[in-house]
Design a protein around this ligand. Structure first.
Ligand code: ACO
Length: 155
């Protein structure tokens, strides 16, 4: 069980998290002008799709600063149903961001541990992610090991 970081809580994303999540994701990449209603529709969509009776396909989490209520970090794990390995489940960690003010407090590691634990509880036989070479050491501290090479076709 991952150790909680003092002064922070973790929970699933809600529609009311619009500003905090969009702001937090800016450390990762360009979010663009995603409106509040577009954000809310996506959260509803994420909440609506299930992989089994107990598991959702999208599992977006936020880490919240208990004192200010601000969103300090966010990330998602998708639970994929495969045909191989007798219809096994595989977790895909996506879009990890710890807001600048909260970096270096073990929140990134805590978030990865919680997303991974969620996927393992759901029955995933492995959890994978793609990252920049500059983040390899961070993920190694989260017990991930190097495997394969990321390829992309970009439009
Ligand atoms: N390189 C080497 N070590 C690192 C790095 C790094 N880039 N980042 C953190 N660490 C180390 C820390 O020093 C710490 O080590 P320690 O426990 O020995 O003291 C350990 O990893 C845990 O660090 P955290 O404090 O949990 O890291 P933080 O909360 O700052 O989050 C993160 C790290 C997620 C990379 C954050 O800096 C961030 O949001 N960066 C910008 C966005 C980004 O790159 N996101 C990841 C994209 S990959 C994906 O989404 C699948």
């Amino acid at each position: 069980q991952a150790k909680m970081v003092d002064g922070y809580s973790i929970r699933r994303i809600r529609k009311s998290d619009y500003e905090g999540v969009v702001e937090t994701l800016k450390v990762l990449t360009v979010v663009g002008n995603l409106s509040r209603s577009e954000f809310e529709k996506i959260v509803e969509y994420w909440d609506s799709i299930t992989v089994s009776e107990t598991t959702k396909l999208y599992n977006p989490l936020v880490v919240v600063d208990d004192t200010t209520g601000a969103i300090a970090a966010t990330g998602n794990v998708l639970i994929e149903r495969k045909l191989i390995h007798e219809g096994a489940l595989c977790g895909h960690i996506e879009d990890i961001a710890v807001s600048r003010d909260h970096q270096g407090r073990q929140l990134g590691r805590y978030l990865i541990e919680q997303l991974t634990a969620l996927a393992v509880r759901a029955g995933c036989y492995k959890v994978i992610l793609d990252c920049d070479p500059s983040n390899v050491a961070f993920y190694e501290k989260c017990q991930f090991t190097r495997a394969g090479v990321e390829m992309q076709f970009r439009t």
